[in-house]
Design a protein around this ligand. Structure first.
Ligand code: FAD
Length: 500
C-alpha cells in the first residue's frame, strides 16, 4: 500500500463488509497474495469468522460463526488491514471508494459483501422490530422480557426459530401461506413439526460457551402506520451490523413475563394490513367494533379481518440487499430482488467490482440442482469463490464455476430437529413434472424425496436419518431409480449398502 495523503489510501484489493462473505473473501485474498496489502472496510466494529468448519459430505458443510474484534483477524493475516468505517460512495470509473469518516480508498479489484437488512413492515416504530444483528437481537430480548404477547409476521427461517425458541409469551404468528416454514418445507414437513410448537420445550443439553461481544443500542421514535398503503414493506435503516446465524438466540434469554412454555397461535394465509399505536387504535372504527381486545401498546389488523393487540410486532418477512451506497453514479445491473447481479465469476456488471453473499444475486444459468438462498453457507462459499475468481483474473488464469454451486445443500436445526435440505428439496421449478416419496415417523423423522423422470432431484431430511450422504450421491449421479419405486424409503432396507 502506498498512501497518497492522510485520508487517501491505495490498496490493490479492497473488500467491503465484515460478515461471513467479506471476511472469507479477504482471508483468501490475504493468503493468495501474501505480499499485497488487502483492506477490509466494514461498518460494524466486530467481524464474523468461521470456526469448527466441517465438510460433512461432498457438498454439505457445517461450521460455527464467531464475532471477533478486527485485531484477531489482523494478527492472523499480517497483510490484512481492517478499517472500521462505512462506505458511503463508490466512483467505479475512478476505482475509488469513500467512507463515512472521509477517507478515500483506491482499489484495483473490489469485492462488495455488504449483506442485506430485514424488510420492515414500517420503519422507525419502536413496537415493530426486525432481527438481523446482535443489536437488534438484544432490542428484541429487551422487549420480550416485559411482554405477554407478540405478533410475528413472516414464514422463513427466522420466524420459524423465533416462535419455537420464545417461552413465557403468547405468540400470534401471521403467515401468508397455508403451512408453516414455507421457505424450507412442504405442508407435510410442517405437519410433522407442528406438535413441537404445542409441547413444552426440552431443556437445553449444554449451556452456550461462546464468547459474545456487543455494541451499543439505538434510540427509538414512536409512530403508527398503514402498512398496506406503503406497498407491504418499507426498509429499516441504519442496520449495518453483520447478519446473525443459526445460533443467534443462544446465550440470550428468550422469555416473556408469563409462566407458559409455548403458546403459539397460527393465523394462516394472511398478512398485516394496518398497524395501530394504542392511541390511534382508540380513535379508529375498529375499536368500536372490537371492544374486547384489551389495552395493548400496539395493534395488528390482519388481511383476514382479525385484529390482535400485543406488546410488540416482529417483522421477519425477508431481507433487502444493502446496495444503496454503491449505486449512485454507477451502472450496476440489479436483479428483481434488488441484489447486485453477478456472473459465474462473481463479477458485477461494473468492471473490477465483484460481489458475494447476501448483497448479490446469482445471474448465471444455475445447475438444475442448485438455487440461491441467502444463507450462511452460501455467503461463505461465495466469498471464498469470489476471491478465487479475483486471483484467476489477476493472474489471467481460467476458472470454472465451483463445485459447491452444483447442488444446493444446507444443514441446520429447526425445532430441535436436525434438518438437511438437498437440491430441489421443495420441487422448486419442476412444475407438475415430479413425484414425491415420503416416510414419516411422528416425533422421530420426516424424509421426503423429490423424483423427476425416475431421477432424484432433491430431498428433505428431518431428524437423525443418516441418509444425507447416500441421497446426496444419488442426486449428484442422477441414477435412474425408477425400478426401485417406494423401496427407496423402505426403513427395513439399509439403503447405503443397497447403492454401494
Ligand atoms: P452480513 O453478515 O450481513 O455482513 C454484511 C457486512 O457488511 C457487515 O459486517 C456490515 O457491517 C457490513 N456493511 C454493510 N453496509 C456497509 C457499508 N456501507 N460499508 C461498510 N460495511 C458495510 N443462515 C443460515 O445459513 N442458517 C441460519 O440458521 C440462519 N439464521 C439466521 C438468523 C437470523 C436472525 C438472521 C438475521 C440471519 C440468519 N441467516 C441464517 C442468514 C445468514 O446470517 C446470512 O445469509 C449471512 O450472514 C450473510 O452473510 P454476508 O456476509 O453476506 O452479510
Amino acid at each position: 500500500m502506498a498512501g497518497t495523503s492522510e485520508s487517501e489510501k491505495r490498496f490493490r484489493f479492497v473488500v467491503v463488509g465484515g460478515g461471513i462473505a467479506g471476511v472469507t473473501c479477504a482471508e483468501q485474498l490475504a493468503l493468495q497474495f501474501p505480499s499485497e496489502d488487502i483492506a477490509l472496510l466494514t461498518a460494524a466494529p466486530l467481524v464474523k469468522t468461521v470456526t469448527n468448519f466441517r465438510q460433512v459430505s461432498k457438498t454439505l458443510q457445517d461450521f460455527s460463526v464467531e464475532e471477533q474484534p478486527a485485531s484477531i483477524l489482523e494478527e492472523k493475516y499480517p497483510n490484512l488491514k481492517v478499517i472500521h468505517s462505512a462506505v458511503k460512495g463508490l466512483h467505479a470509473k475512478q476505482h475509488v471508494l469513500q467512507t463515512e469518516n472521509r477517507q478515500v480508498f483506491h482499489y484495483e479489484k473490489l469485492c462488495l459483501c455488504s449483506g442485506a437488512r430485514p424488510k420492515l413492515l414500517i420503519p422507525d416504530n419502536p413496537n415493530v422490530l426486525g432481527i438481523r444483528d446482535t443489536d437488534s437481537a438484544q432490542e428484541f430480548q429487551k422487549h420480550l422480557s416485559k411482554a405477554k404477547r407478540m405478533v410475528v409476521v413472516g414464514n422463513g427461517g427466522i420466524a420459524l426459530e423465533l416462535v419455537y425458541e420464545v417461552e413465557g409469551c403468547e405468540v400470534i404468528w401471521a403467515i401468508k401461506d397455508k403451512a408453516i416454514g414455507n421457505t424450507f418445507f412442504d405442508a407435510g414437513a410442517a405437519q410433522f413439526l407442528i406438535p413441537s410448537l404445542e409441547a413444552d420445550k426440552p431443556e437445553k443439553a449444554l449451556p452456550c460457551k461462546r464468547t459474545r461481544y456487543t455494541t451499543a443500542s439505538k434510540d427509538d421514535h414512536s409512530q403508527s402506520s398503514d402498512v398496506s398503503s406503503q406497498g407491504s414493506t418499507a426498509e429499516g435503516s441504519g442496520e449495518l451490523g453483520s447478519a446473525l446465524g443459526p445460533d443467534w438466540h443462544e446465550g440470550i434469554s428468550l422469555r416473556g413475563t408469563e409462566e407458559v412454555s409455548h403458546r403459539v397461535h397460527v393465523e394462516y394465509e394472511c398478512e398485516i394490513k394496518t398497524i395501530y399505536s394504542q392511541q390511534d387504535f382508540m380513535k379508529s372504527p375498529l375499536h368500536t367494533q372490537e371492544t374486547d381486545l384489551g389495552l395493548w401498546p400496539v395493534y395488528a389488523h390482519l388481511t383476514n379481518g382479525k385484529t390482535f393487540g400485543c406488546d410488540f410486532i416482529v417483522s421477519a418477512t425477508g431481507v433487502v440487499p444493502n446496495t444503496e451506497p454503491f449505486l449512485h453514479g454507477n451502472n450496476f445491473e440489479l436483479a428483481d430482488d434488488r441484489g447486485l447481479k453477478v456472473n459465474e465469476h462473481m463479477l458485477t456488471s461494473v468492471p473490477d467490482v465483484y460481489a458475494a453473499g447476501d448483497v448479490c444475486t446469482a445471474g448465471w444459468e444455475p445447475s438444475a440442482l442448485w438455487q440461491q438462498m441467502r444463507l450462511w453457507t452460501q455467503a461463505r462459499q461465495m466469498g471464498w469463490y469470489a476471491a478465487r475468481c479475483i486471483v484467476a483474473d489477476v493472474l489471467e488464469e481460467p476458472i470454472e464455476l465451483d463445485f459447491c454451486f452444483e447442488l444446493f445443500s444446507h444443514i441446520t436445526k429447526f425445532f430441535n430437529y436436525k434438518v438437511v435440505l438437498l437440491g430441489k428439496f421443495n420441487a422448486q421449478g419442476l412444475g407438475s413434472n415430479h413425484e414425491l416419496l415420503v416416510r414419516c415417523t411422528k416425533g422421530h423423522e420426516y424424509v421426503k424425496v423429490v423424483l423427476s423422470g425416475g431421477r432424484m432431484m432433491g430431498a428433505i431430511l428431518i431428524g437423525e436419518t443418516d441418509l444425507e450422504e447416500t441421497f446426496e450421491n444419488l442426486i449428484l449421479n442422477q441414477m435412474d431409480l425408477s425400478s426401485y419405486g417406494e423401496e427407496l424409503l423402505n426403513p427395513n432396507i439399509d439403503i447405503e449398502d443397497y447403492f454401494d
